[in-house]
Design a protein around this ligand. Sequence first.
Ligand SMILES: [Zn+2]
Length: 378
Amino acid sequence: MVGLLLALQATVWLNFLNKLDSNDLISTMSKFLFASLFFIFNSSFSVQLNANQGYSFDDTVFSDMHAHPSRFHRDHIDSIGLAEIELYLSQGMDLVVAAISTDMAFQGNYVTADGVIPRGKYKPLPGESYKLTMERLERIKKTSQHKKAVLALSPNDVLVAKDAEHLSIISAIEGADGLEGNIQNLYTFYEMGLRLIQLVHFRANKLGHVQSYPYSPGGLTKFGKEVVLEANKLNIIIDIAHANTETILDVLEFSKDPVIFSHGGLKSLKDQDRALTDQEVILIAQKGGIVGIWPHGKYIESVSVMVDYIEHVIKLVGPEHVGIGSDLRGVSKYSEGFGSDANFHSIVEEMTLRGYDKPTIGKVMGGNFFSLWQKVVN
Ligand SMILES: [Zn+2]
């Protein structure tokens, strides 16, 4: 309807300019046709423009709360690749949490310098998980030396990088096995740039217990509690993804700061191991924390379903407690529409279609995570 009116307007305008005999019906009709085509061409162009303008907000830090860009944690590479950094930037993302998963301490499945891929129940020697973590932290540092990316040590670093259109990277560990039970190692990792610690991953470790097979009962260990308190002191963000209910409850009790559950699902929408109950979501939110929705194709089929998840959290606890944890290069199949090319834009589009306003979309796309980091630091 609007298009028709604009085409009519354009016709009148053309007639006015041409000062032609506007009584000539055929001439007017052809001009109307021309104007319509002109409008259709322009409207598709302007929709494109609006979409691009709408998906990266100047005043919001778009953040991916959990990822393994370039598969830097497992492949034999010295840093995160430029192509992956550019992929994030092209999607309007400002900040990515690059997670070093230390479950290889149990599972293997990573490429060594001589191309060997240890698999199965790999048993690291003492010092090996620590060394591996340090080497991955070095990879992230190297990324920031020569690419369009910076190692973000504080929220302010992110704002400076955003102005320069550079990608900020937070160094993180997924499963704190690399600490090897020694709190001094947390300080060493911090010196290396670590700013986020996910306590457990695929196996119960020296800190706590996991939500997936092999299940083990129990919550935070004495060492786990010590790590939580020291992380609070160091302003390191705590991530309770993969933790079982008892461990989650213990962290919520002991941590002075709000925490994130960076990537997972919701049991009320799909009952699976790697998902939170509504009650857990409520408790995380009451503590000021954030639940990250995980575009894993096995559990969340499409971006539309992903937004159903986001919507569920918003209805349950409000828009301040939800975010995105893509797990890029960490899983084999992603939600349709998000895909392995990490189409963060599609989430913005789907939320826009459902009538969410810009501030709400901004919170979900990373504003919440960035605010949490500011709270943890202050
Ligand atoms: Zn994970």
